[in-house]
Ligand binder design. Structure first.
Ligand SMILES: *[C@@H]1O[C@H](CO)[C@@H](O)[C@H](O)[C@H]1NC(C)=O
Ligand SMILES: *[C@@H]1O[C@H](CO)[C@@H](O)[C@H](O)[C@H]1NC(C)=O
Ligand SMILES: *[C@@H]1O[C@H](CO)[C@@H](O)[C@H](O)[C@H]1NC(C)=O
Ligand SMILES: *[C@@H]1O[C@H](CO)[C@@H](O)[C@H](O)[C@H]1NC(C)=O
Ligand SMILES: *[C@@H]1O[C@H](CO)[C@@H](O)[C@H](O)[C@H]1NC(C)=O
Ligand SMILES: *[C@@H]1O[C@H](CO)[C@@H](O)[C@H](O)[C@H]1NC(C)=O
Length: 927
């Protein structure tokens, strides 16, 4: 509630009036002729609310009066920082008659998107003016340039606080600063200046000889930087983050003799960064992060270097770290993540005792990890995603008493895991997954509970799960998956972990028992429960009331009988994998709808019978294969399939034909085209995996997002364990059923179909010519059906086609010739008596008669037409847009996440479903 408080109004003028004229009036007398002015939020204000008009205003909080004899009593300073002022200050405001004012701060208020009043120009004695984050917008008035005595001018706005901006256009920057010969500090962050490199550099260098702090992040400044800046030899802090400089940085920056801080984050810098700049003796902070075209390498550092903060994340800096990095004795923060560094991490880094933050993840560092025992203030160590080996027992972890986050995941580190990490007094996040750690875990002393995230997955750990882990009451994330842990484990053991949101014990040699006697547990944050391949014999029905559960994997167990009906009532469920069990019935009540958020449903390899359920609209991955379903494929499936990128109904007893509706929608969000050079990647399976892992991790690094679940897709004969559903497949598999009828022409509407398998059915009729329009198709299996007629020429145009199986049909005529077709062997065509051609080593008769003409359909409907183009275009837009939204901020948020990752998760959860809901958007674009 905004209450204009007339009784507590802010009456600076009263003060100035009666002080100036030395009239001791009772303040009450002045009230009548001074109206309006500032309105503020009484809850948030700390100074204004206490202003008491009955007292001398020089005693008011935030007010400073002069003590000089000639001006005694004049208000010279006014600090109304953070007072939640939301209205006031117009032309006539009496604030502007405080002629003696030297220091004025109205920072962090909310002047409701009004313009800066020109009245500030009257305050000719101002040397300090701070209007940062005050909610002003629009052109900065020319009157500001009258303030010739300014030493500090701060008009900055944090980009997170405001959508609309202040701007400097007319008058331009040169005009605005032309009189500021005494200015030392200029903060214009977030002000739209939109000037070229020459323009803004010269404007500053010709008028501000004393400038020492230049802070103009987010100002739409272009580059390249002009060497006239060198005139400003007092420059000590230069902050130009987030400007489209799009140019190299030239060596003249090394000539600033007083430079202490240089910030050029997100500036589109390219070329090679001059090594000399690292060696500027005064330089303490260098931030070049997120300039993804910027190359460079680290120089030999001189003894007693002054660098404290070295941030190169997201550049393409390369080479090895010099041993002399140990000379940077004052270094406290180093972020080299996501660069191209290689070589070993120099042992000399053990000498960096001031380190607080160390992130060298996503490089190619190898060799041993040096001991960091001497850096007692380290809070964060992230060396994940490198090729580091050796063990980690040389660091005395218990001595790093400030360590909060230790991330060594995705390396090749061996040896045992020091138990001191588990009972560590401050570590909250321990991420050691995807290494070669071996041996067992001993019991340890649980004295405090800081550990919140424990990930030991994908190592070679063995022996029983230590009971002590299940006493770490702070645990939120726990994964032991993909190890060799053995022994039996009573599921009730987790009941002390009330903060648990994710637990994964999958793929060990564990026997997990659940006797179902414990009273239903309730974990308020529970989202993910994975017990794949755990010899579980009973459905863990304590999950019944976990309304926050969205990810459940009980695959590869021994669970019999019915899938309990309460599963379908968990409305937040998005991922459900019950494959490889002995389930007989899908639903006790067939009318029960599946959870509307359900996106991945994997029930393959059970004994499920009867009808397919009604599918929810957001399903992206569906696997019902290897069951005993025996119905026709329901026509309703098409509606659900608008968002599906993987469908398998194979090896059941489905009969009837493929409903046309199957082909209706399928405007797919992530067409293969958007994937970076998928075809090239296929060359090497290992590389594919690592890239997919990487891609996956780009998405998932920031939150335990549910799509990181294992999905196996068979393609090109390779079984790839895809770790992300964001991967770009579209696959339909209805093989090994009893389906018949023709292959519907409409299948060509599934534009981004990547793999189609209808083999081992009883399909008849001709191969539709329209299949030639599935330009993304890489795998096509029509074998073992009753297809007749000739192989359409159009199939020879499918340039990505790498697997083709037409064998065992009743096809006739010549096998089409074409680059792609020449690579297919006899196996692709055998068992068709009427076929001839080189691949079968069977000469064709001179003329095979007229080809069956069906070109009409193709010409009119399926030429690359508007619908299709829009579809591809908009899908790509969606993809890029989505990436932009998600990756961009996430890169930004990475650091914050340590403290706030739950919030980020929330944001992710709200963004991602929208990516999957792009259908309407595509359709509206198509119309
Ligand atoms: C004042 O601030 C409090 C606390 O943030 C808020 O609840 C209230 O709505 C604000 N009142 C006005 C008038 O903005
Ligand atoms: C550089 O900084 C020093 C120490 O702060 C100062 O004395 C000197 O005047 C500065 N040099 C210039 C050119 O401003
Ligand atoms: C920078 O300083 C070097 C000598 O230290 C000098 O040769 C060079 O010309 C200077 N560059 C500029 C642009 O002034
Ligand atoms: C840097 O980028 C700009 C703008 O894209 C381009 O004109 C320039 O040639 C690039 N310079 C280098 C060294 O790559
Ligand atoms: C650490 O610094 C000392 C002296 O500064 C030096 O003698 C030693 O070799 C350094 N240690 C390493 C591992 O570089
Ligand atoms: C750790 O930080 C504290 C406080 O910032 C500082 O006083 C102390 O010198 C630091 N310790 C080391 C070993 O650098």
């Amino acid at each position: 509630m905004r209450i204009p408080l007339f009784s507590w109004l802010f009456f600076v003028p009263i003060c100035s009036i009666f002080l100036t004229f030395s009239i001791h009036v009772v303040s009450g007398h002045c009230l009548d002729d001074q109206k309006s002015f500032l309105k503020f939020n009484t809850t948030l204000s700390t100074k204004l609310v206490h202003w008491n008009v009955a007292r001398d205003c020089c005693s008011w909080e935030g007010v400073t009066c002069s003590n000089e004899s000639f001006s005694k009593g004049h208000v010279i300073g006014l600090n109304l920082n953070n007072e939640s002022i939301y209205v006031g200050l117009d032309y006539s405001s009496s604030l502007f008659s405080l002629q003696h004012l030297q220091d004025l701060s109205l920072a962090n208020n909310n002047f409701n998107n009004s313009q800066i009043p020109p009245g500030f120009g009257n305050l000719m004695n101002l040397s300090y003016l701070n209007l940062s984050n005050a909610g002003f917008l629009g052109q900065i008035p020319v009157e500001i340039s009258n303030l010739k005595r300014l030493v500090t001018l701060d008009l900055s706005t944090s980009p997170f606080l405001s959508v609309s901006m202040l701007k400097i256009e007319n008058p331009d920057l040169a005009m605005l600063v032309r009189n500021f010969s005494e200015l030392k500090e200029l903060y214009l962050d977030g002000v739209n200046i939109s000037a070229s490199g020459n323009e803004w550099c010269r404007a500053l260098s010709s008028s501000l000889p004393n400038l020492s702090v230049l802070s103009m992040s987010d100002c739409y400044l272009s580059g390249p930087l002009d060497s006239s800046l060198l005139k400003l030899q007092s420059l000590s802090i230069i902050r130009l983050n987030n400007n489209p400089l799009n140019a190299p940085i030239s060596e003249f920056f090394a000539n600033f003799t007083n430079l202490t801080s240089l910030g050029l984050r997100f500036c589109g810098l390219n070329g090679t960064f001059p090594e000399k700049i690292f060696l500027v003796p005064t330089l303490q902070t260098l931030d070049l992060s997120y300039n993804d075209l910027l190359q460079g390498s680290l120089p030999e550092f001189l003894p007693n270097g002054s660098l404290r903060s070295l941030l190169l994340s997201g550049t393409i800096f390369s080479g090895a770290l010099p041993d002399s990095i140990g000379n940077l004795k004052r270094l406290s923060k180093i972020d080299l993540s996501t660069c191209n560094f290689n070589g070993s991490i120099p042992n000399s880094m053990a000498n960096l005792t001031q380190l607080i933050y160390l992130d060298m993840s996503y490089n190619k560092f190898n060799g041993q990890i040096p001991s960091f025992s001497m850096a007692k203030n380290l809070t964060e160590i992230n060396l994940s995603f490198n090729d580091l080996g050796g063990g980690i027992n040389s660091t005395r972890w218990e001595e790093l008493i400030n360590l909060v986050n230790l991330d060594l995941g995705y390396n090749s580190i061996e040896g045992s895991i020091p138990m001191s990490l588990f009972s560590h007094p401050s570590i909250q996040k321990l991420q050691l997954s995807n290494n070669k750690f071996s041996g067992g875990l001993q019991e340890f002393n649980v004295s405090s509970y800081p550990l919140d995230h424990l990930d030991l997955s994908s190592n070679n750990l063995e022996g029983p799960l230590p009971a002590s882990v299940f006493k770490l009451q702070g645990l939120n994330f726990l994964s032991f998956s993909f190890n060799n842990f053995s022994g039996s484990f009573q599921l009730d053991g987790i009941q002390k972990l009330r903060n648990l949101s994710e637990i994964d014990l999958s793929y060990n040699k564990l026997s997990i028992n659940y006797n179902g006697t414990a009273s239903p547990l309730l974990f308020p944050y529970f989202t993910t429960f994975k017990l794949a391949s755990c010899n579980l014999g009973k459905f863990p029905d304590f999950l019944r009331n976990q309304s926050t559960l969205n990810n459940l994997d009980l695959s590869q167990n021994q669970i019999h009988g019915e899938i309990p009906n309460w599963i379908w009532q968990l409305n937040s469920l998005m991922y459900l994998n019950l494959s490889h069990n002995h389930f007989l019935t899908l639903q006790q009540e067939p009318s029960q709808n599946l959870p509307s958020q359900l996106s991945v449903l994997d029930l393959h390899s059970n004994k499920l019978q009867g009808q397919l359920p009604h599918l929810p609209p957001l399903v992206t991955y569906l696997d019902f294969s290897k069951n005993n379903f025996s119905s026709v494929i329901p026509t309703s499936i098409g509606i659900s399939l608008n968002s599906t990128i993987f469908l398998s109904l194979s090896s059941n007893k489905f009969h009837g034909d493929i409903p046309q509706s199957l082909c209706n929608g399928a405007y797919l969000r992530f067409p293969k085209k958007s994937s970076p050079t998928w075809t090239a990647m296929m060359a090497n399976e290992g590389e594919v995996k690592s890239k997919l892992n990487h891609l996956q991790f780009r998405f998932l690094h920031f939150g335990q997002f549910y799509y990181q679940d294992m999905i196996t897709v068979t393609t090109k004969g390779l079984e790839l364990e895809l770790v992300s559903i964001l991967s770009i497949f579209t696959s339909i598999d209805v093989s090994c059923n009893q389906l018949d009828g023709p292959i519907p022409e409409e299948i060509a509407a599934l534009k981004s179909l990547y793999s189609l398998n209808i083999s081992h059915n009883a399909f008849s009729g001709q191969i539709p010519l329209s299949l030639g329009n599935l330009t993304q198709l890489e795998s096509l299996d029509l074998s073992s059906n009753n297809l007749t007629g000739e192989i359409p020429m159009q199939l020879a145009d499918l340039t990505f086609l790498a697997v083709l199986n037409l064998s065992f049909n009743k096809l006739v005529g010549r096998i089409p010739q074409g680059k792609q077709f020449a690579t297919f062997s006899e196996n692709s065509f055998e068992g068709n008596r009427g076929l001839c051609g080189d691949s079968l080593n069977k000469k064709c008769a001179a003329a095979t008669g007229p080809r069956s003409p069906l070109p009409k359909f193709e010409e009119t409907h399926l030429n690359p037409g508007i619908v299709i183009d829009w579809n591809v275009v908009s899908a790509e837009l969606g993809f890029v847009f989505g990436l932009g939204i998600v990756i961009g901020p996430l890169m930004f948020w990475k650091r914050w996440r340590i403290w706030y990752y739950k919030h980020v998760d929330d944001i992710l959860f709200s963004i991602f479903p929208q990516l999957y809901l792009g259908k309407e958007y595509h359709q509206s674009r198509a119309q």
